[in-house]
Design a protein around this ligand. Structure first.
Ligand code: PHE
Length: 347
């Protein structure tokens, strides 16, 4: 028998003996290195091919030896990996008898309840509800509602710009401008609810993000008395059937005349109490007759058309309606608080 075959046999026996003692995946790796790596005991045998005549026979024997060792190690590796995985799975087993996490479903946030109530009141008066994007072009938020570039009225709403001409809308008037644009000079009767954003310090009554509902009516022959009647009906439906409204003159760039609207206190009926700070009246919204410039800018002839607009803060209405002390409660997502408001609504 050729000499190299004897040596092959010895190495094979040695390897098989080593493999018998393999216990871990690390042992498998060690044996791969010891026998099959570039400088491994099996691999080094290949050098002897230079000394033999019958290279084919040598090659076959060598390959056989290599395959035997390799197969044994691979089998062991697969077995050990499976054992390891089984062990891990056993450890990670899920105990289905443990109690699960309870998902609590709750009532609607009063913010949305109020939107729905206000929408119902106005839809009953023949209004349509319009919505629009929260990120808008300067044109819709300012220019088309008579707040030109560099106008000091922008300071009040100097807000969150995305780029030079794009910002988070500061009032829902931006939706009104969009609706006027697509109405092509036709009459309009809409309310626009939505979230608005302003640079503001957050405290009990202010938030950098809040909700607004604005109304806009444009038609022939719309008068200030129509605005007053509309808002009185709103106050009666929302707060108390005896509600009255009063106008105080004010300024908004998009309305002329502009008014600040108060409602008679629905708690004390005008006698004076903490809710109305002793005055008998509660300031509730801003409004006015649509400024002729706004009509012109949006394709309406102010000699033919007139209109009114108003804007009300959603949280402000909800706070008055439910006696909520802090605007931040709307956003804290506290289930207990939300349930409490809903009880009040049902009362
Ligand atoms: N857009 C005004 C604001 O956000 C509210 C308003 C609307 C006032 C319509 C008058 C008329 O302050």
């Amino acid at each position: 028998m050729e000499e190299y075959l004897v040596e092959f046999k010895q190495i094979e026996e040695e390897a098989l003996k080593d493999i018998e003692n393999v216990k871990t995946l690390e042992d498998v790796d060690q044996n791969f290195i010891k026998y099959l790596s570039k400088k491994g005991k099996v691999s080094l045998l290949m050098n002897k091919i230079r000394e033999v005549q019958d290279k084919k026979k040598f090659g076959e024997a060598y390959n056989e030896l290599r395959k035997t060792v390799e197969n044994k190690l691979n089998e062991l590796k697969a077995k050990l990996e499976k054992e390891k995985l089984d062990e891990e799975l056993k450890k990670e087993i899920i105990d289905i008898t443990l109690p699960g996490n309870h998902l609590v479903s709750t009532n609607v946030n009063p913010f949305y309840k109020i939107i729905e109530e206000i929408e119902n009141i106005f839809v009953n008066m023949g209004y349509t509800v319009e919505s629009g994007p929260e990120v808008v072009k300067d044109k819709y938020n300012f220019e088309l509602v008579n707040i030109p570039f560099d106008h000091p009225a922008r300071d009040m709403q100097d807000s969150l710009f995305i780029d030079e001409t794009t910002l988070l809308r500061t009032h829902t008037s931006a939706i009104q401008a969009m609706v006027m644009e697509k109405s092509n000079g036709k009459p309009i009767k809409i309310i626009c609810p939505g979230k608005v954003y302003r640079r503001d310090d957050d405290d009990m009554t202010h938030s950098h993000q809040f909700g607004q509902i604005e109304g806009l009516v444009i038609d022939k022959n719309i008068k200030l008395s129509d605005l007053k009647g509309t808002l009185e009906l709103f106050a009666k439906s929302m707060f108390s059937k005896d509600s009255k409204v009063r106008f105080r003159s004010s300024f908004f760039p998009f309305t002329e005349p502009s008014v600040e609207v108060d409602i008679s206190c629905f708690k004390c009926k005008g006698k004076g109490c903490p809710t109305c700070k002793g005055t008998g009246w509660i300031e509730i919204l801003g409004a006015g007759m649509v400024h002729p410039n706004v009509l012109k800018l949006n394709g309406y002839d102010p000699e033919v058309y007139s209109g009114f607009a108003f804007g009300v803060g959603i949280e402000r209405v909800a706070m008055l309606r439910y006696g909520i002390d802090d605007i931040r409660r709307f956003y804290s997502n506290d289930i207990k608080v939300i349930d409490e408001f809903n009880k009040k609504v049902e009362d």
